[in-house]
Design a protein around this ligand. Sequence first.
Ligand code: BG6
Length: 489
Amino acid sequence: MPSITVESCTFALFGALGDLALRKLFPALYQLDRAGLLHADTRIFALARENGEAQQHLACIGEHLLRHVPANEVDKAVLQRFQARLSYLTMDFLQADDYDALAEQVGSGERLIAYFATPAAVYGGICANLARVGLAERARVVLEKPIGHDLESSRAVNDAVAQYFPETRIYRIDHYLGKETVQNLIALRFANSLFETQWNQNHISHVEITVAEKVGIEGRWGYFDQAGQLRDMIQNHLLQLLCLIAMDPPSDLSADSIRDEKVKVLKALAPMTGEQLSQQVVRGQYVAGSSDGKAVPGYLEEENSNTRSDTETFVALRADIRNWRWAGVPFYLRTGKRMAEKMSQIVIHFKAPPHYIFDPEQRQLIGNKLIIRLQPDEGIALQVMTKDQGLDKGMQLRSGPLQLNFSDTYRSARVPDAYERLLLEVMRGNQNLFVRKDEIEHAWQWCDQLIAGWKRLGDSPKPYAAGTWGPMGSIALITRDGRSWYGDL
Ligand code: BG6
């Protein structure tokens, strides 16, 4: 039995027939049920605009569940119990009268968790309607990204929600924070004095953060083309990773202690303009190429595409953090769709020893690297220098890993999906894996000035073939500083 106890609550999932709910939220709730982490009285209201028989919609949710939960994790008894918790209600989320039925069925007393898997434009309206029927006082609201598309629009959404909910009951999702390996960054940094003493500009030369995806746009062209890779991935996931790597040690694990430290990092990000922007940021857009040996179309040939779009599907950039700890240590960020493989990894490059005494030819090998692999093959490797073995080798050096592979080491444990962790933490009222309003706003502020700079420069994305590591400019970006992306040597 789990050592965590959870109180009974009622979930109201707005947008219950959307892709996110079907693919991630219901499977995550099912897994929580299977793990004994849903209270016996917990109920789930699936709310969506679609008319028709409730039974039909519930059957559709059930079908998707079976598609997204691995067969060996489907337990008939749990499935039955889980399905008995579900009800479906047709609602127009902006129609006040539609909330009466919800209020009536939810009843009084219990904690309500209102999850908004809808466009952010309706968040304010949902909050107002929940308040009107008296459901707001006992609700926590969960907001999906994207919250706005720039600082101004994100403020408008946050302000609309804040009229009805205090910050302590607002849970803004960045699903990367729910990934086990991302949470592990906190353990790695603050439970090991070995690393923390080295974690600054005296010992680290630069940091790389790569979040590469193999998939293309996959039917999401309409949304993605309005956003682009900077808004879709850098503004949230990559900046969150950067914060977890760069922040000072928080005084405890409370949500505000962690979030205060992250905000300090975001505030210290150096803005980029003019010449610096064109040297330090590279945008790309994929053209036709191949993935897994199959020909795939370019971004402008995808279904429903506008053939003249100049939205970027790739960004590489150099970010500098203006503070005592990180002065002179560039953070190279890189993310793209339709890249050579799906891989998220952080590489911390340590400086070379101050005095070099080995073979001059081997000098470029020197410098320890800490490689934190977030997905797939989650694990940590520390590249260390040793002497090559053998009588004929003299003092020849070799770089090899001290390695910890999570799935081999903790073989028995199933790695929970990020949404399982996040839904559990909402039930427990723990906000430390959620993003505070000021974090989102500082992240937007920094991204907005990049977007404004691109517009001023008339910068258009550079083409790269699908199935590669992005445009050549991303290599130039790092080689200009005398470095290369890890693995490119
Ligand atoms: C989402 C983005 O937030 O993250 C998607 O909107 C992206 O475009 C996805 O594909 C990546 O998440 P993960 O967990 O697959 O790395």
